[in-house]
Design a protein around this ligand. Structure first.
Ligand code: ATP
Ligand code: MG
Length: 539
């Protein structure tokens, strides 16, 4: 027996966990359990029970997260999976749906709330940290408005796979513990074009320290519930930001600054790996700076600042890749407004917005240095180099992930052997390009030669540079068409691609040569294919 196995606490079955319920116990909630859609003024949440499904069965399980939470993998069917589907509620769970509002596509939408998400309770991980577990698609709540409270396999599989993939890329995110098929059908009009059809239903159990969003505060501003606003701020600070000290007006300011800082770090990560969230409404912004709500998200293939996968956003492209930094700032301003009743003067929050801008700029700069294998020499020169790269990439049809990954090999290799530099750089571009006009190739080549000159100023060995670049430039991301292929297979009962993607995306920076096909740029057939190229909010 090894030391680890001797000392690691044994994994427990989910059904034996004793849950805590701090949100329910400390905040003001509605206890009626009534699920009729309605406004819920005066409360932070509504107690609610999940609605049972026909045949809950486990489709996927995140073993690493489960080990960390001290949970044993359950069999395909049984008590634990019943809990993960909402068919069974542990005695210590006090499920609730949270009340929140939000700005959707820039417009105030009033009360939204957890219309299909339901928090079950909190459990303690092996390191003593506390995690909330939430089902998405567990049935109607008072916040369901006219919708059914359910989620389809298609969108649930995407959420499950992507939230875990993001975690392994080092991006701040909510996690996903399980994907459970419900055995029920859910009717969706996937492209809002009048072609509604039944689809298999599913439920994701997701996990985060808290699921509180900007919108939880905004609704309290909108309804003038200042005492509730203070109570929510104090709850979040005491549980999630204890290092800031006991809540007070000064602490609220420092807290907002920390939210700004964390949001900036999250956005810098998104921009660095080419993640497009797709629907950055303020109700989809986590107070912890975690990526939340994997809906119509997508991964950049060509580096295109104007790209969004979300068909609902084609008109304004409000949430396109290049807009994400500005939208996050706009969302933070809405949060700042919402917190203003807690402060003597809203202007006290202005410096935090500068913290957002500064953190975003420095984090993005540092990330780009790492992606290019550089250490800081003359920051202004490097900034100019980065801007030139962005421009050249944006003006051509080059796959972002392939480009940076190939550069991690080619750049350091050219430090060792300068022979045929031009040919090798052209090869790199050919591998990464979807199409390339001669002038675009010329611009990129010029940039690459300029970059090689800069790289030669680095003191580290080519091997060390290569290693660090390979750690900054993932080989594997959840390409849109791969997620779609996994969905189409899973809908016929074939989980092999889902399982394979789960494994490969756990080490996205490793070569894994046996999975080379999953690192290739998007095949031509997927260019316009629904689900592979575009998605709607229907989920
Ligand atoms: N099928 C549904 N039934 C009930 N409410 C829904 C449904 N789909 C979305 N909603 C609600 O509509 C609002 C906006 O939906 P959005 O797509 O941002 O969130 P979501 O995908 O349901 O979940 P989350 O933000 O919890 O990940 C939310 O209040 C959400 O709960
Ligand atoms: Mg949402």
């Amino acid at each position: 027996m090894s030391i680890e196995t001797a000392t690691a606490p044994p994994l427990r079955p989910l059904e034996q966990v004793v849950f805590q319920n701090s949100f329910v116990e400390e905040m003001k909630g509605e206890a009626s359990m009534n699920k009729n859609p309605r406004q819920v003024p005066g409360y932070h949440y509504s107690r609610v029970d999940p609605t049972a499904v026909k045949d809950p069965h486990l489709l996927a399980w995140s073993a690493d997260l489960a080990n960390y939470l001290g949970l044993a993998r359950p069999p395909e069917r049984g008590a634990a999976v019943d809990m993960l589907a909402g068919n069974r509620v542990a005695e210590t769970m006090k499920p609730f749906a949270a009340r929140y509002g939000g700005h959707q596509f820039g417009n105030w939408a009033g009360q939204l709330g957890d219309g299909r998400a339901m928090s079950l309770g909190e459990l303690t991980a092996i390191d003593g940290s506390v995690w909330e577990i939430q089902l998405k698609g567990a049935g109607p709540t008072p916040y369901s408005r006219r919708a059914d409270g359910r989620a389809v396999l298609r969108s649930s599989l995407r959420e499950f796979l992507c939230s875990e993939a993001m975690h392994y890329l080092g991006v701040p995110t909510t996690r996903a513990l399980s994907l459970v098929g419900t055995g029920d059908e859910v009717v969706r009009d996937m492209f809002y074009n009048g072609n509604a059809r039944p689809e298999p239903g599913a439920i994701v159990a997701r996990v985060a320290p808290t699921f509180v969003r900007f919108g939880n505060f905004q609704i309290l501003l909108a309804t003038g519930e200042t005492e509730n606003l203070r109570a929510l701020a104090d709850y979040v600070i005491r549980h999630q930001f204890p290092e800031l000290g006991e809540p007070s007006p000064e602490v609220y300011v420092r807290w907002f600054e920390e939210i700004c800082r964390r949001t900036a770090v999250m956005i810098a990560h998104w921009q660095s790996v080419g993640f497009v969230h797709g629907v950055m409404n303020t109700d989809n912004m986590s107070i912890l700076g975690l990526t939340i709500d994997y809906g119509p998200y997508g991964w950049l293939e060509p580096y295109d600042l104007g790209w969004t996968p979300n068909t609902t956003d084609f008109g304004g492209r409000r949430y396109a890749f290049g807009q994400q930094p500005n939208v996050a700032l706009w969302n933070l301003m809405q949060l700042g407004q919402a917190l203003s009743p807690l402060l003597p003067d809203i202007k006290l929050l202005n410096p935090a917005l500068q913290v957002y801008a500064d953190t975003l700029a420095t984090t993005r700069h540092d990330m780009m240095l790492r992606k290019l294998g550089l250490t800081s020499l003359v920051p202004e020169d490097d900034k100019a180099l980065f801007t030139a790269l962005e421009q050249a990439l944006a003006e051509s049809e080059i796959d972002m992930t392939v480009f940076f990954r190939r550069l991690s090999h080619t750049g350091p290799a050219l430090l060792l052997d300068q022979g045929n530099e031009d040919t090798k750089l052209r090869e790199l571009l050919q591998t990464a390009a979807y199409s390339m006009a001669p002038d675009e190739e010329q611009d990129l080549l010029e940039w690459l030669h300029r970059y090689m000159q800069r790289l030669r100023q680095e003191k580290a060995t080519p091997e060390a540079i290569r290693e660090s670049m390979l750690r900054a430039n993932p080989k594997y991301v959840l390409r849109n068409y791969l997620a779609q292929q996994a969905i189409e297979a899973a809908e016929t009962g074939d989980l092999s691609l889902l399982n394979r993607l789960m494994e490969v995306l756990k080490t996205p920076f490793a070569e894994q040569p046996e999975h080379e096909d999953l690192a290739a740029k998007r095949p031509e057939w997927a260019r316009e294919k629904p689900g592979s190229a575009t998605l709607s909010c229907s989920s």
